[in-house]
Design a protein around this ligand. Structure first.
Ligand SMILES: O=c1ccn([C@@H]2O[C@H](COP(=O)(O)OP(=O)(O)O[C@H]3OC[C@@H](O)[C@H](O)[C@H]3O)[C@@H](O)[C@H]2O)c(=O)[nH]1
Length: 273
């Protein structure tokens, strides 16, 4: 499972204490009623996370999603619930809401979707993360970014630990996502060091499970779709690739634990189960 790391070159010491949250955040009432923002909450992984969060009757959940790869259908059991709110919103635009925690998932994750509009993908990762960090700073919220195994690029080390910095092509067709997520991680740590924002980063590996689109394009859904149609399975070249697959219901437990872990640990974890 996850390992701790001291990250990259040097200490992650902050120059400032965390921003002051609302004075009501620590009162009995507000502690028992966390308001949580999930960007990309209508997506495959986001909607499973929302299900888990909604299981806690003391949580209010706000989902912001532009429905590019997500769907209202994934959230249909929560629409109309008094503790749930769904906003059509693109994270490349600022969002002003009062929340205690932010789970920032918004970004297409399947290669065929993120390569469809690469400029939009990198804007989502860079401007979207800046907007969410700005919000976290303003309201004093703790923020978790879902990053990716793709920050390792075409890794030269197997398996990769969090201490490995990767081998990434800055100009390739996957760079909008790989480099976008790397910048997003950099922004998270810079906001932490410069402004004291409480951050968590979860690097998610190849995840599968219910609500994955049949046309998602990733290997598990492709293989299942081909098998159901009685077609041969397409193994792309070179055919020696390896992946650490994770079932979605197991995977979403880690961001939840990370977000609610009280304090004082390294902030970067891999989601490998
Ligand atoms: O039909 C297929 C699809 C894919 N593959 C291969 O299977 C491997 C896995 O490819 P996928 O398309 O499932 O996706 P990847 O593992 O490269 O990245 C994916 O999972 C990790 C997440 O963090 C990323 O967001 C996501 O893009 C690749 O080597 C690919 O070439 C096939 O052999 N056949």
């Amino acid at each position: 499972m996850a390992q701790e790391t001291n990250g990259s070159n040097g200490e992650h010491t902050t120059s400032r204490p965390p921003p002051t949250p609302s004075p009501l955040r620590f009162s009995k009432f507000f502690q028992a009623n966390l308001r949580i923002l999930v960007t990309g909450g209508a997506g495959f992984i986001g909607s499973h996370l929302v299900d888990k969060l909604m299981e806690n009757e003391k949580h209010e959940v706000i989902v912001a999603d532009n429905f590019f790869t997500g769907s209202k259908d994934n959230l249909k059991k929560w629409i109309g619930h008094p503790r749930f709110e769904l906003i059509r919103h693109d994270v490349t635009q600022p969002l002003l809401v009062e929340v205690d925690q932010i789970y920032h998932l918004a970004c297409p994750a399947s290669p065929i979707f993120y390569k469809h509009n690469p400029v939009k993908t990198i804007k989502t990762n860079v401007i979207g993360t800046l907007n969410m960090l700005g919000l976290a700073k303003r309201v004093g919220a703790r923020i978790l970014l879902t990053s990716t195994s793709e920050v390792y690029g075409d890794p030269l080390e197997h398996p990769q630990t969090e201490a490995y910095w990767g081998n990434v092509n800055p100009i390739g067709v996957r760079s909008c996502y790989d480099e976008g997520k790397r910048v997003a991680e950099t922004l998270m740590f810079d906001y932490h060091r410069q402004h004291g924002i409480e951050i968590r980063i979860a690097r998610i590996f190849n995840t599968y499970g219910p609500r994955m689109n049949i046309d998602d394009g990733r290997v598990v859904s492709n293989f299942i779709a081909q098998a159901v149609r009685g077609e041969p399975l397409t193994v792309q070249k070179p055919g020696t690739q390896t992946r650490s697959f994770c079932y979605v219901a197991d995977m979403v437990c880690l961001p939840l634990h990370l977000q609610n872990w009280i304090h004082n640990f390294s902030w970067l974890f891999q989601c490998i189960i």
